[in-house]
Design a protein around this ligand. Structure first.
Ligand code: 13P
Length: 251
């Protein structure tokens, strides 16, 4: 049993007081929920406050990024050990916004994934094709390379989560249909199967891109979709709690 996961990626949103209020509402709104994981990913500035709000509860914490070096003269960067130290269980790696605006490469994603695992942080590795790539029919080619390069040299998949986030679906209101998403999720699971055999059976693959409490019901019916990485809809507690409830009911 893989169980489910719903993670809220707040991106560059929420001041500390807003972050505390939102995390409190999510915690209270999902109390008693079973069979899966609720994860919140605030900006760095709110990680400590959110950790204090959710600690000891069923909600866990993720950072949105990290640097792969251990320590030293890397102005503006935050290490995996620092993220673990502040109370995070997970770290999002390779989000398409980081690839697009900050030049993050597959090689960096791989280095970050390795470093996070080395300090006991679980990476949520994001992959996904652009509109143009889908139009050209190279979705599987692109996603396949991203997955293989991200996992290069990693021999234990046990603590890794993959998030399939088609770039054209992020923040556009144009989510992938359940069938479109499932096709890519199954493709990713097959790659993991080739690389890791049965050991990858428990790896969660999340869908991300314009997820709402309305469209999640059909997405989560798909066999290889184990939950969601939610952006915009995770900023409103009622909407986010609604998504979590639907996932937990169907899984
Ligand atoms: P939206 O849910 O706003 O489309 O964002 C998805 C995402 O990028 C989550 O990481």
């Amino acid at each position: 049993m893989r169980g489910w996961m719903v993670a809220g990626n707040w991106k560059m949103n929420n001041m500390v007081s807003e972050a505390v209020n939102l995390s409190k509402s999510v915690k209270e709104g999902t109390e008693g929920i079973k069979g899966g994981e609720v994860v919140l990913s605030p900006p760095f500035t709110a990680l400590h406050a959110v950790y204090e709000t959710i600690k000891g509860s069923h909600v866990t914490l993720a950072a949105q990024n990290m640097f792969y070096e251990e320590k030293g003269a890397y102005t503006g960067e935050v290490s995996a050990a620092m993220i673990k130290d502040i109370g995070c269980t997970y770290v999002i790696i390779g989000h398409s916004e980081r690839r697009k605006y900050f030049g993050e490469t597959d090689e960096w994603v791989n280095l970050k994934a390795k470093k996070s695992l080395a300090v006991g942080l679980k990476p949520i590795i994001c992959v996904g094709e652009t509109d143009d790539e889908r139009g050209k029919g190279v979705t599987e080619f692109v996603v396949g390379i991203q997955v293989k390069k991200a996992l290069n040299g990693i021999d234990n998949m046990g603590n890794i989560v993959i998030a399939y986030e088609p770039v054209w679906a992020i923040g556009t209101g144009k989510n992938a249909t359940p069938a479109e998403a499932e096709d890519v999720h199954r493709f990713i699971r097959n790659i993991l199967g080739d690389m890791y055999g049965d050991a990858c059976k428990n790896v969660k693959i999340l869908y991300g891109g314009s997820v709402t409490h309305q469209n999640i019901s059909d997405l989560i019916e798909m066999e290889d979709i184990d939950g969601a990485l939610v952006g915009g809809a995770s900023l409103k507690s009622e909407e986010f709690v609604g998504i979590i409830r639907k996932v937990s009911e169907k899984r």
